[in-house]
Design a protein around this ligand. Structure first.
Ligand code: FAD
Length: 387
């Protein structure tokens, strides 16, 4: 691998940069867990898609731009560098999208992907249940086949933005006599079907970012099955790989936070230098963000050359989630007592969104499979240690 961009890649970077400069909203959008904020983010996704940037790695005929992973990393660097909004449909574009590309029929790809790229369909992930989080094979919600339909009964929980979503992808027990990871199927369903109740759950920042989903005799056509009946576990593992691996959290997001952290430190240097360990933590954050970037470029180069990402996606997941906590923790230490002010407080100054980011960073070691589980995967599948 040569750590240099080709002229084509440089030209691509300039193209993204120019578009972002002209189109990224000048004022930050409201939080996407509010009704108004959600509408604003959805409108942004539509605009992004009109510019051809909805999901750059997908083929053109499916609403993408046919870019490879290296170009995607460049796109992400420019996206985050321009201060563009968070991607509200991330469960769709980063998790289900690549899974559909691998397991979907041609009809399913055409039906779902272009609408996903423009956020005409907003997607939620309906996997976790009250008794099946880390132990996902314990899923109990049933989808029983009756003719050309599945009839779904049960409950899902922790479904991010299900409150605003149009569709969900879920894993359901289609064989009532099955156990553990056998007899599960991956089903796509509209969230406005009769028998579905969505109950929002309030999170640490006071907004209802999650929801529980209840299913009471919900009828879903069999054509909404992704992959084979009973083969849902393998499809779900592909999605989990995308979630922990490259797509969900590109390095550019952390590089941008590290850049803002350095600025915050410089602006508050006199106060921050009273504790020399702060300076060291800022430096470490910046270096770790760079290290994650280089490591991701290496993985992406391997993938572009035909390799597959395996359990090493778990190492990525641990790294980005812990880095995020470390960076936000350092920002809190720099800001001192001011860190607890909300951005709209009269004395907030440069407090910005650090508190919000700090609160959200706490969730990073839990979602996408908790870090304890990732460490189990590394121990057993990468290091060959006993269970
Ligand atoms: C911000 C956020 C967004 C989320 N979004 C979604 C979503 O959109 N859709 C969805 O389906 N789910 C979502 N989740 C749920 C998430 O996937 C689960 O919370 C996660 O898988 C952990 O499951 P649990 O909460 O049931 O915890 P549990 O499985 O009960 O685990 C509790 C603790 O025990 C540890 N533990 C459990 N088993 C083991 C073991 N064998 N070895 C060592 N330690 C163990 C865990 O690591 C954890 O620390 C989200 C969660 C968060 C925080």
């Amino acid at each position: 691998m040569e750590l240099k961009y080709t002229p084509e890649q440089e030209a691509f970077r300039q193209e993204v940069r120019a578009w972002m400069k002209a189109n990224v909203p000048k004022e930050p959008l409201q939080d996407f867990d509010t009704e108004e904020g959600f509408k604003q983010h959805r409108a942004w996704e539509a605009k992004l898609n009109e510019g051809g940037w909805g999901m750059v790695t997908w083929p053109r005929e499916l609403g993408g731009r046919g870019c490879n992973l290296i170009e995607w990393l460049i796109f992400e660097e420019e996206y985050w560098g321009a201060g563009a909004p968070l991607r509200v449909n991330q469960n769709g574009i980063f998790l289900l999208g690549p899974t559909l590309m691998e397991y979907g029929t041609e009809e399913q790809k055409k039906r779902f992907l272009p609408r996903m790229a423009s956020c005409a369909d907003m997607w939620a992930q309906a996997w976790s249940e009250p008794g099946a989080g880390s132990d996902m094979a314990a899923i109990r919600t049933k989808a029983v086949r009756q003719g050309d339909h599945y009839v779904i009964n049960g409950q899902k929980t922790w479904s991010t933005r299900a409150r605003w979503a149009d569709w969900a992808f879920g894993i359901f027990r289609t064989d009532p006599d099955s156990e553990r990871h056998h007899g599960l199927s991956y089903i796509l369903l509209p969230l406005n079907l009769p028998g579905i109740t969505i109950r929002p759950i309030r999170q640490l920042n006071g907004l209802a970012g999650f929801a529980e989903i209840f299913f009471d005799d919900v009828k879903v056509p069999v054509e909404n099955l992704l992959g084979t009946e009973g083969g849902g576990w393998n499809v779900a593992m592909a999605t989990a790989g995308f979630e922990r691996g490259l797509m969900l959290r590109s390095p550019a997001r952390y590089q941008e936070t590290a850049r803002r952290l350095v600025q915050l430190y410089l602006a508050n240097r006199e106060e921050a230098d009273r504790d020399p360990s702060i300076r060291e933590a800022v430096l470490k954050a910046w270096m770790d963000a760079e290290a994650y970037t280089l490591s991701t470029y290496r993985t992406a180069s391997k993938l572009v050359n035909g390799a597959k990402i395996g359990p090493e996606s778990s190492t990525n997941k641990i790294f980005w989630s812990e880095l995020d906590i470390q960076m936000h923790d350092t920002a809190m230490r720099i800001l001192g007592p001011r860190a607890e002010l909300l951005p709209e407080a009269p004395d907030a100054g440069d407090v910005g969104t650090w508190l919000d980011g700090f609160l959200f960073s706490q969730a990073g070691t839990i979602y996408a499979g908790s870090n304890e589980i990732q460490r189990n995967i590394i121990a057993e599948r990468m290091l060959g240690m006993p269970r």
